[in-house]
Design a protein around this ligand. Structure first.
Ligand code: SAM
Length: 467
């Protein structure tokens, strides 16, 4: 059967566990589009709320992604842009195979413990938002992305997810060398040659070549070698790619086992998930292959290791961070209902809400890394009042006493376009704009009009006719 897949790719996959040329080519030719999303358990707190959001996207119903607590398949792709729930951070549109990270984490790490987690190659944030939903509120996730504009996108998606226990950084993997033995879990969703996404996005095929596979493999080794010192002894490394190529998958596992004191961890996986285990020739490491002709998802490779030796963590220097005075904190009382042990940090004029773990670590992180976002920015502290930030609206910490304006679907879409939704209301001053009980952002209600404070860079640009 002919297909648009490069002959050199197909030839290189022959003999790999689970590879079946005929069904592999057929599923690529059929090019079925699979749509899946993961709901946000911090924002959709009841089964009824989850159903309301899913029902709005798909009247025909949804089915569960077998390896994910919060993942669902939709029968067709709706227009997420025109769904206010999407902008409210009710869910993240994520490819189903990627959600398997949840199973790998639960099998290797005690997620109820307070953890320090690094997602090294994190943009646009699919795995970071998943990790955030898995870890406890006492844990901290550092979500890092080396490419600056992609780090900005990551920060926006983390903001939308609403959690306070995330720090977004914009660093090269080697910068993490300054944090020896620091993290309990390091996830490396490595940049790769991308063959696992060819069914979903056939245009990517033009960028594929055997030479690029080798370059990717070398870069993956560099990234791993750079970041491994930051993993503590007994800490867990989860490595994944969306490439089918042996050089980026099994070869990397053997390379890791050859060069570092890492013990490979095999996972228990139900057979009816149709995920294919693969054992490396040289060092007997087990990894897992996801083929689109065997399961409902795109191509993925994933493997887990435990580190058997470790660099000692550096002694922490005394931390100097400026917390708010009691008087300044009083100005925030009408705005915030964060837990009592959360710290309020003043950074220039901005007030950041930090959970205890981030308050304790931020000075050290700041010495080593370029921090793009930490905790939740409550707003700017002016002489009289707080000017609230979008991050506070998107978080779960905005006070219940703040006036709320409930918008219809049409009004919500106008608001998200940064237009005037034409509301008549007795509310004066700052108000939270909500859709079906979920915060979209801020507006200031003036006697004859409203000022729409939805962030300009997030506004909907697409025309409804262009759905
Ligand atoms: N984990 C992300 C998610 O689930 O949404 C997807 C990550 S994507 C597969 C790989 C990321 O690695 C990209 O965002 C890319 O910009 C970044 N990257 C590219 N070169 C890199 C390098 N040399 N070191 C670290 N990350 C790199």
């Amino acid at each position: 059967m002919s297909s648009y897949l490069p002959a050199a790719l197909i030839a290189s996959l022959e003999g790999l566990p689970g590879f079946n040329r005929e069904t592999f080519e057929r599923v690529h030719t059929a090019a079925e589009k699979i749509t899946s999303l993961r709901v946000n358990p911090a924002k959709l707190k009841t089964p009824e709320k989850i159903q309301q959001v899913l029902q709005a996207l798909s009247a025909e119903g949804t089915t569960k992604v077998p390896w994910s607590r919060d993942g669902y398949y939709l029968p067709a792709r709706p227009s997420f842009t025109f769904d206010p729930f999407f902008h409210a951070g009710a869910y993240y549109v994520q490819e189903a195979s990627s959600m398997f990270l949840e199973h790998a984490v639960r099998a290797t790490v005690d997620v109820s413990a307070p953890l320090k987690v690094l997602d090294l190659c994190a943009a646009p944030g699919g795995k970071s938002t998943l990790l955030q939903s898995l870890i406890s509120p006492e844990s901290m996730l550092v979500a890092n992305e080396v490419i600056k504009p992609r780090a900005a996108l990551l920060a926006d998606n983390v903001t939308k997810w609403g959690a306070a226990n995330v720090v977004v950084t914009n660093n090269d993997p080697r910068d993490f060398g300054g944090l020896p033995g620091y993290f309990d879990l390091v996830v490396i969703d490595a940049p790769c040659s991308g063959s696992g996404l060819f069914r979903r996005d056939p245009d990517l095929v033009t960028e594929w070549s055997p030479e690029n596979v080798i370059l990717c493999s070398q870069r993956q080794q560099r990234i791993l070698a750079d970041v491994l010192p930051a993993l503590k002894e007994d800490g867990v490394l989860i490595y994944s790619t969306c490439s089918f190529s042996r050089e980026e998958d099994e070869v990397i596992l053997d390379w890791l086992a050859d060069h570092f004191e890492l013990e490979n961890i095999a996972l228990d996986i139900p057979e009816d998930w149709h995920i294919v285990p693969t054992v490396t020739d040289k060092r007997n490491c087990t990894g897992y292959r996801f083929y689109p002709d065997r399961l409902k998802g795109e191509g993925l490779f994933i493997a887990c290791f435990r580190k058997r030796s470790g660099e000692s963590p550096r002694k922490k220097k005394e931390q100097r961070i400026t917390l708010l005075t009691a008087k300044e904190r009083d100005k925030l009382t009408p705005w915030i209902q964060a837990p009592a042990d959360y710290a309020y940090l003043l950074h220039q004029d901005d007030v950041l809400i930090l959970p205890p773990v981030i308050a304790a670590e931020i000075a050290l992180l700041q010495q080593q890394l370029y921090i793009r976002k930490a905790g939740v920015k409550a707003g700017q502290l002016g002489p009289k009042e707080l000017i609230p930030d979008h991050q506070l609206a998107a978080s779960t910490w905005a006070a219940d006493s703040i006036p709320v304006i409930s918008l219809s679907l049409a009004q919500a879409l106008l608001y998200l376009r940064k237009e005037d939704p034409g509301i008549t209301t007795p509310v004066k001053g700052w108000a939270l704009m909500q859709y079906e009980g979920m915060n979209l952002g801020w507006a200031k209600m003036l006697p004859n009009r409203m000022n729409n404070y939805y962030p300009k860079e997030l506004r909907i640009l697409k025309e409804i006719t262009g759905r």
